[in-house]
Write a protein that binds this ligand. Structure first.
Ligand SMILES: C[S@@+](CC[C@H](N)C(=O)[O-])C[C@H]1O[C@@H](n2cnc3c(N)ncnc32)[C@H](O)[C@@H]1O
Length: 246
């Protein structure tokens, strides 16, 4: 049976690609690249650079245009599910054009805030194309953040809570340490208290990487400024941060 490899490629530095990922890439005849529109072309470029570096030129690259979606809908879950359905149809159509094994390169690790595995399961549920799939883990942006700051994510024996900016605003910090992803709103500014430490990173592993660390109240203004400037210059930003009481 044909195989689809769902391959974690790390969070932006091609050197984070594992040997396991390289071996899976070399087995694939075609790569499905889910584009995010022109402003994030740099992310598509990282995947292209990885393919150039680790596999020979005997493969096809099928770009799947990301269907547009409402970013602030009233029915968030419904809109996201509909978007996943439309992506599943596009992946199905792309896989139908290929005879051998396929691969999808996933940013970071497929198990962390990524919908690729759900999309693959939807394609299988639809029953039009039959295949087996295998997941290759990747270096997450959370691991890249911890390594860049040379910090352990939690205190000895304590938990670490991974959440989104939206949930941080709704629910506050978790027990122990909190890692925040997918935060376009700088939600750290809404966390109360003078004794919180932040380890913040943007474009981790990429040439424009920015790292800021310190007492949240003391450094939040400089994070806001650096973040706004970088976002204006590049047209996009990806950042992640760790919060913990001091
Ligand atoms: C859709 S999630 C994908 C996470 C990914 N699967 C992972 O394992 O890291 C995107 C979020 O991951 C974080 N992220 C991913 N890559 C990053 C990078 N190179 N630098 C900073 N944050 C990153 C940001 O919080 C961003 O909003």
């Amino acid at each position: 049976m044909r195989k689809l490899y769902v391959i974690g490629i790390g969070a932006g530095d091609p050197d984070q690609v594992t040997m396991q990922a390289v071996k899976a890439m070399r087995r694939a005849e075609a790569f499905f690249v889910i584009g995010k529109g022109a402003e994030k072309q740099e992310l598509v470029d990282v995947r292209t650079a990885i393919l150039r570096e680790y596999v020979d030129g005997q493969h096809r690259v099928l770009e799947i245009a990301d269907p547009p979606r409402d970013r602030a809908p009233a029915d968030y879950t419904g809109v996201v599910q509909d978007w996943h359905d439309r992506r599943a149809v596009l992946l199905e159509e792309a896989f139908e054009q290929v005879d051998g094994d396929g691969a999808i390169l996933v940013w970071g690790d497929p198990a962390l805030y990524d919908s690729t595995l759900r999309m693959v399961e939807r394609v299988l549920d639809r029953g039009r194309v039959r295949f087996d799939y295998e997941v290759i883990p990747g270096v997450t942006s959370v691991a890249a953040l911890a390594a860049a700051h040379r910090v352990v994510l939690h205190r000895i024996g304590e938990p670490v809570h991974i959440t989104t900016g939206r949930k941080l605003r709704e629910e506050g910090l978790g027990p122990g340490s909190t890692v925040v992803m997918l935060d376009g709103e700088c939600s750290f500014t809404e966390v109360p208290g003078d004794d919180i430490h932040i380890w913040w990173g943007a474009y981790l592993g990429m040439p424009d990487e920015i790292l800021i660390e310190g007492n949240l109240r003391e450094v939040e203004k400089s994070i806001l400024e650096r973040r706004a400037r970088a976002r204006a210059e590049k047209g996009w930003i990806m950042d992640v941060y760790l919060l913990r009481s001091e």
